[in-house]
Design a binder for this molecule. Structure first.
Ligand code: OAD
Length: 253
């Protein structure tokens, strides 16, 4: 089958779907200039693996190194704007009866694009919390030699993101699982489908009868199981799909 005929079949499925779930990964923000998680190590940071920085053990070992890495990523993300793929999902949500957006991204670009409710499985880098009390902290004093300390209890501050080995936020995971159990079409966009439990959501949806579509530059462990696989940039594929749904001859009335 050609990419075009797969796209046509997916468009037909989207037109009749009653509940679409989209799960996004860092590939959807690549065209906004945010490096994907596994490509994130450039310049100063190229000697570190993300797995060496995004863990509770790494923070315990060298809190300043981890804090500085997140400060670099936070600044990079603050300068980024949503792209056509983020915007296409906002429009798609308006075209189907029920739409749930689940993201592994911590960059907030879906919200910046106008997606009203986003389930953030891995937190948000723009929020900071107390390491001990886990409450969100809005203001703190910077210190050049160490991560800032919590103004309430003096413990270290850390980004409000999920590190390797940490559990996902309970409410976000249960909302995601609830939507996955109800959906009839699951879109996996720009994720390597390697990190659990997010990676299992597509197959979970399939096991309850949903069709699964993957949009990715490359093959992933999900690809052999997906009902539709579209290879290419999310920022090109998603707007084309959505435009056709809106303008096509048998558009939803
Ligand atoms: P990865 O960096 O693992 O994968 C990015 C995926 O996006 C790859 O499969 C690329 O082929 C694809 N990709 C890149 N550019 C793309 C584009 N323009 N259009 C479409 N696809 C594109 O990122 P994630 O799957 O998001 O978790 O990684 C999942 C999690 O791994 C992250 O949330 C992070 C990390 O562990 C935590 O920090 C807990």
């Amino acid at each position: 089958m050609t990419q075009q005929s797969i796209a046509s079949e997916l468009i037909a499925a989207l037109r009749v779907a009653s509940h679409v779930v989209a799960l996004t990964g860092s590939g959807i923000s690549a065209e906004s200039g945010v490096p994907t998680f596994r490509d994130a190590q450039t310049g100063l940071w190229s000697k570190y693996e993300p797995e060496e920085l995004a863990t509770p053990a790494a923070f315990k070992r060298n809190p300043k190194l981890v804090w500085d890495w997140y400060t670099w990523r936070r600044e990079l993300i603050a300068a980024a704007a949503p792209n056509d793929a983020h915007r296409a999902l906002v429009t798609l949500a308006e075209q189907v009866p029920h739409f749930t957006l689940i993201t592994q991204n911590v960059d907030g670009l879906h919200q910046a694009a106008g997606s009203p409710s986003v389930i953030e499985l891995h937190g948000n880098i723009q929020r900071t919390k107390c390491l001990t009390e886990e409450i969100i902290i809005e203001q703190w004093d910077e210190h050049p030699d160490r991560p800032p300390h919590c103004p309430n209890c003096g413990s270290c501050l850390r980004p409000d993101v999920v590190w390797f080995g940490e559990p996902l936020p309970t409410a976000a995971l249960s909302q995601a699982l609830d939507a996955v159990g109800r959906c009839d079409l699951f879109l996996s966009v720009g994720t390597s489908a390697l990190v659990q439990p997010a990676a299992s959501l597509a197959l979970e949806a399939q096991s309850t009868g949903a069709q699964v579509a993957e949009i990715n530059l490359q093959s992933t462990p999900l690809s052999p199981y997906a009902d539709f696989v579209l290879r290419g940039q999310a920022g090109k594929i998603l707007p084309t799909l959505v435009r056709t749904i809106i303008e096509g001859p048998s558009a939803r009335s």
